[in-house]
Design a protein around this ligand. Structure first.
Ligand code: SF4
Length: 715
């Protein structure tokens, strides 16, 4: 018994390929073949002539309305004329969703429902060939089409579509030729046969049938059946039978299949102009795999892993505005992934069980499901947005994920309409489009630019205020950290006006210009980007030094601020007091550190190096792993001569044995040995006191015995 043979009929929309496919299916069935025909055109009229003119229910409508566990194959197939088993993919309304994605879902659904177990000899796919996107190209894949038949007329656009399908076929090269030939379905245009013959010759594909225009098609259409049934002895039916014979022969390996040579642009222009088609200008052999396929990576080892997506970055930025509600326009899975990833905003939703809507939290998700990729998802956005507005929220940010970006949802239209319906609302649209736009930082930047538009640049500045600029205020949210910062600012009688961006309101943003000084919380790359955004919006430059960490930076910063405000005396008094405090601390604590050997990993921050040196520790190595995030921010140190920029785990292994450190300071969960202690690199607040507290933490680590007592007792 021969294995099942699958044939894809491709052709431009309206060219008559469904009529042809139905006639050929019937012809094959009437010769004893068990045939199945699957329509792959959103128009879903492929099987109509096999079902007495009745439109069949589509797989995609079924998927949309029936839950996964209740789906059955018999619900989506019907038996038509000659016993041909029929199925229709269906698709979205024109202009929304993604019909190509629908084809993928149809094939996937049929497979899961067990279509392969049906007793079928020949399967015919009737596919719209106007767009050979990834979805409509599915039947071209080796696992589906053993042979491809192109249906064309002598009209240029029809041959152009056929040429594109040949190109698509090249991208699914299976190592075997698969093109059976072309069917000329005549439309009665001038020189039609000659044009198609020239096209066929130039592409190296035979014309397997020439179907003339005939009223028999119209009559059969009116009767809701195939010509092959209506006029079995007609000339048309004979030609249909020839096509069926060619397919049956190919199924038995008796008919040749071809590699096409699709025309290049210049050749197409010859075809369009009705000229002799010139020789190809370059290689167009469909056997040559596309450049992308041949350059496919074998491993992700050398790949930089993206630090979460733009949608998460944009969402994280807006979540810092406490009076804003953020609507994540995407599926629940995006929210889950963001929740589980390590962004600077920790959603912790999984602990609360809220992936849907929770009025107490300022984050919502539109909960798009798997059908939106086919039918579009604006309805989901409308529902969530209007529900949020109806609940009284008037400040809303809509952040888009990959899904609406891929399927081309017109989300902005929904936002504009909502703004018309709720003129008192402030709805900001952030087309982050997931990783199509870029990484977390890029999304955060897009959102930050949008937020910066809230700044009212006409607000007059008032002395006594500063703004803080930083993408994360983690350090300052730590109570002691923020207390120390407030103390430092109070030396000059300063108060924080706006935290850009953390725990602030849109009103704080509006009043941003009230503070005459903008201070960077730290000097990392993202904060510089934020300060640039502020500078673009307000025309102001930030204070030249970010918040200090460590005794030396503290003194420098105090002097600069003192000079800026004309309060040098207050600055010097603070410096003297801080230095005395620090000296006392060193006297008290150095004895525990003197001579201790330290390996410090992945940090080039001066404060920690200065602290260890001041305490008398011996830093035997500063190792920096060239990691995936290294490009993100370049922090340099005055102790550069001690840094090994190309550090590795192998080097660490060797150093552990040869240098025998007392402490390894690292965020790496490395199994230390030989009495060495592992200490984390902690985030600390601004000023000189944070490092002192960190030294106490190190002391505690050193005090802990290498093996806990209870472990000894158990062993
Ligand atoms: S990359 Fe796209 S799919 Fe993945 S979480 Fe982000 S928005 Fe969602």
């Amino acid at each position: 018994m021969l294995p099942m043979f699958q044939v894809a009929f491709y052709g431009k929309g309206g060219i008559g390929k469904s009529t042809m496919a139905a006639n050929v299916s019937y012809s094959l069935a009437s010769r004893g073949r068990k045939v199945m025909q699957i329509g792959c055109d959103p128009k879903h009229d492929s099987t109509r002539l096999l079902l007495k003119g009745r439109a069949q229910g589509t797989v995609l409508d079924y998927v949309r309305s029936v839950p996964v566990l209740q789906r059955k194959l018999e619900d989506v197939i019907e038996t038509g004329a000659g016993g041909v088993i029929c199925a229709e993919a269906g698709g979205p309304e024109p202009g929304i969703g993604c019909a190509g994605r629908g084809i993928l879902t149809t094939f996937d659904t049929l497979k899961k429902l067990g279509v392969d177990s049906l007793d079928v000899d020949i399967k015919i796919y009737d596919v719209l060939g106007d767009v050979v996107c990834g979805g409509f190209a599915v039947p071209l894949r080796g696992e589906y089409a053993d042979a491809v038949v192109l249906v064309t007329s002598g009209e240029f656009m029809s041959m152009y579509a056929a040429n594109n399908i040949m190109k698509g076929l090249a991208n699914f090269d299976t190592g075997k030729p698969r093109l059976l030939g072309m069917i000329l379905n005549s439309r009665g245009v001038e020189d039609e046969e000659a044009s198609v013959r020239r096209f066929a010759e130039a592409t190296g594909v035979p014309v397997i049938a020439n179907i003339p225009r005939d009223y028999a098609f119209r009559d059969a259409e009116a009767a809701g059946i195939t010509v092959r049934e209506l006029r079995p002895d007609s000339e048309i039916s004979k030609r249909v039978d020839e096509i069926a014979d060619a397919i049956a022969d190919a199924a038995e390996g008796k008919a040749p299949l071809y590699y096409p040579h699709p025309l290049d642009d210049l050749q197409l222009s010859d075809l369009a102009a009705g000229r002799e088609i010139r020789s190809p200008s370059g290689a167009t052999d469909a056997r040559i795999p596309c450049a992308t396929c041949s350059k496919r990576r074998k491993s992700i080892r050398e790949t930089k892993i993206m630090n979460s997506c733009a949608a998460f970055g944009a969402m994280a930025a807006f979540m810092r505005l406490t009076d804003y509600t953020v609507i994540l326009y995407g599926p629940r899975s995006c929210m889950y992934l963001m929740d589980m990833s390590h962004g600077t905003v920790s959603l912790r939703l999984h602990r609360r069980g809220i992936y849907a809507t929770d009025p107490t939290h300022n984050l919502r998700c539109t909960m798009m499901d798997d059908t939106v990729s086919i039918f579009g998802g604006v309805k989901h956005l409308e529902d969530t947005l209007y529900k949020t507005l109806d609940e009284g929220c008037r400040k809303i940010a809509v952040v888009t994920t990959c899904m609406p970006g891929i399927i081309g949802d017109d989300s902005e239209r929904v936002v504009k309409r909502a703004l018309e319906d709720y003129p008192d609302a402030e709805i900001r649209f952030i087309p982050a489009d997931g990783d199509m736009t870029g990484s977390y930082s890029e999304g955060m930047t897009i959102a930050t630019v949008e937020i910066s538009k809230m700044i009212d640049t006409s607000v007059a500045s008032e002395p006594g205020y500063v703004n803080l600029i930083g993408h994360s205020f983690f350090d300052l949210q730590w109570e002691k950290g923020s207390k120390e910062l407030n103390r430092m600012l109070s030396v000059f009688g300063l108060k924080v006006n706006c935290r850009f961006l953390d725990e602030c309101t849109s009103e704080d943003m509006r009043m941003f210009c009230r503070a005459p000084i903008d201070i960077l919380v730290s000097g990392d790359a993202t904060n510089y980007v934020n300060s640039k955004i502020i500078a673009d919006r307000t025309g102001r430059e930030p204070f030249p030094a970010p918040l200090p960490v460590g005794i030396r930076e503290h003194a420098k910063w105090m002097r600069m601020m003192g000079e800026r405000l004309g309060m040098q005396e207050a600055a010097e008094a603070e410096i003297a007091s801080a230095e005395a405090d620090y000296r006392r601390f060193l006297e008290e604590h150095s004895r525990r550190f003197r001579g201790k050997k330290v390996i410090l990993l992945n940090r080039k921050n001066d404060w920690i190096i200065d602290l260890l040196l001041d305490l008398g520790a011996d830093i035997v190595r500063i190792g920096v792993f060239p990691g995936v995030r290294q490009y993100f921010s370049e922090v340099t140190t005055v102790h550069q001569d001690r840094v090994d920029e190309e550090y590795s785990l192998e080097k660490l292994e060797k150093d552990m044995d040869s240098l025998r450190p007392d402490i390894l300071i690292s965020d790496l969960a490395y199994p230390v040995r030989g009495g060495c202690k592992l200490a984390r690199i902690k985030r600390i607040g601004a000023g000189y006191k944070g490092p002192m507290m960190y030294a106490e933490y190190l002391e505690n680590i050193m005090r802990i015995p290498p093996t806990e007592g209870w472990k000894g007792a158990v062993q």
